[in-house]
Design a protein around this ligand. Structure first.
Ligand code: PLP
Length: 436
């Protein structure tokens, strides 16, 4: 194959010959993995297409709707498409749901009542949920409304402590929340099959308990979704996987009809429910993003596995490991030094289509107990299905890397991160040559 033109353009974009070679060699070794990802994307692409055809998506669905949004056909049809794709009775997919945390807070507050108990059988939930639940006292938390919370810590190996889960389920337990992706923790992300086992265990003991899954970063990574293995509610953000990089805002909740109706009545108003909430012209991006999402997620997965293998070969601890199965699109790399984290993130930023000339610096961020550096040159602010990385400046000096709307861009970003680390002296070129 003639790589000459590509080599020239890589050189123009600042990637040295050795790094490009190292990348090509690593990629070659990943052919079988990539084929698996392509096959999952093929299946999920057809699943989404089928859902769109089944619900007769048409040009009228993209029309602008304003005001109350009664009979907003685009919105109602999109919700039917999501319900079909996730194999659920109903869906709520709205630009009025502002982010993933909002979608989760909505699903919880809509389906819990004073005196109910919420249980997390998978340890501590995602940071932002701590204030939603009231683990950290917060204005408007579930705790303020008399909803109690208990969590079951994970076993040392990161998996479920079934005897302890059995004990925590009581007559008060109304809803169990299960987070699929590890977020910023060191535990594993769970496969849909593992989530299914956990749900079966809970349902065998308490059939009436609502099982909810925080599906953020997990959509389309596998052929099945948590709703295929017994989840009553599945929740996520449209500026992550299912928005396909095109949705400019939004969240979704899919699941049982009555539970979704509770969510709608909480999002809008009792009595109004799903009937109101105009889609304000974002529908085309929601549909098109959902249509592209299986392939975008596939690109992000290839990028994650490529990064894992590149950095693993260089001797850095990576989670998940280069050869491990994937259950979400997040890749953690422990670089071991502040300089390493900063150089990595500067490389990712320099690879971006937007704001590539900006140099990110570590900064004190609300909600974090150390400075954090964030690299993101995204079309949609904060979108983490787009190539992005962030790292707290504290031991063990790990970066969390995710996204990539196209595989070619994800690959370039990772090579650029490596180039940046070499240029900063955090990795020697000798080390890379020794691996060629
Ligand atoms: C991103 C994320 C959230 C919160 O979503 P935001 O859109 O950032 O509010 C919740 N849970 C998990 C596992 C996430 O990855």
């Amino acid at each position: 194959m003639d790589h000459t033109a590509s080599e020239t353009i890589y050189r123009q974009l600042g990637i040295s010959e050795e790094i490009l070679k190292f990348g090509r060699k690593t990629e070659k070794e990943l052919e079988a993995r990539f084929l698996e990802f392509d096959q999952t994307a093929e299946y999920n692409q057809l699943k989404v297409l089928h859902a769109m055809q089944e619900n007769r998506v048409n040009e009228g669905c993209f029309q602008y709707a304003s005001g109350y949004g009664y009979n907003d056909q685009g919105r109602d049809t999109l919700e039917a498409v999501y319900a079909s794709a996730f194999h659920t009775e109903a869906a709520l997919v709205r630009p009025q749901i502002t982010c993933g945390t909002h979608a989760l807070a909505l699903a919880l507050s809509a389906n819990l009542r004073p005196g109910d108990e919420l249980v997390s059988p998978v340890g501590k939930p995602y940071d932002t949920l701590e204030e939603v639940i009231g683990i950290r006292p917060s204005r408007g938390s579930l705790a303020e409304y008399g909803i109690t919370y208990r969590q079951v810590e994970l076993l040392d190996n990161g998996y479920f402590d079934y005897p302890a889960i059995e004990q925590v389920l009581t007559d008060k337990t109304r809803l169990v929340t299960i987070q699929r992706s590890k977020g910023y923790q060191t535990r594993p992300s769970y496969s849909v099959a593992e989530i299914g086992e956990l749900i079966s265990f809970i349902k065998a003991r308490r059939p009436d308990v609502i099982c909810m899954v925080d599906n953020c970063y997990g959509e389309f990574v596998e052929r099945l979704e948590p709703s295929d293995v017994g989840a009553d509610l599945v929740v996520g953000s449209l500026i992550k996987n299912p928005g396909g990089g095109l949705a400019p805002i939004g969240g979704y909740i899919v699941g049982k009809e009555s539970l979704i109706e509770n969510c709608a009545c909480r999002l809008t108003s009792p009595g109004l429910g799903r009937e109101v909430g105009a889609s304000l012209g974002v529908m085309q991006s929601f549909y098109q993003g959902f249509f592209l999402a299986p392939v975008v997620v596939c690109s992000a997965l290839k990028g994650a596995v490529f990064a894992a293998n590149i950095y693993e070969k260089l001797g850095y601890p990576v989670v998940p490991g280069g050869g491990e199965d994937r259950h979400d699109i997040i890749q953690a790399v422990t670089l071991g030094s502040a300089e390493g984290v900063i150089a990595f993130c500067k490389g990712i930023q320099a690879a971006a289509p937007v704001d590539s000339y900006v140099s990110p610096e570590p900064w004190a961020m609300p909600g974090y107990d150390s400075d954090v550096i964030m690299a993101a040159g995204a079309f949609v602010q904060g979108s983490s299905i787009e190539l992005s990385a962030d790292g707290p400046i504290k031991p063990p000096y790990a970066v969390y890397f995710q996204g990539g709307l196209t595989w070619h861009h994800a690959r370039f970003g990772i090579l650029k991160s490596l180039q940046s680390m070499v240029d900063a002296g955090a990795i020697s070129m000798e080390k890379i040559r020794s691996l060629l």
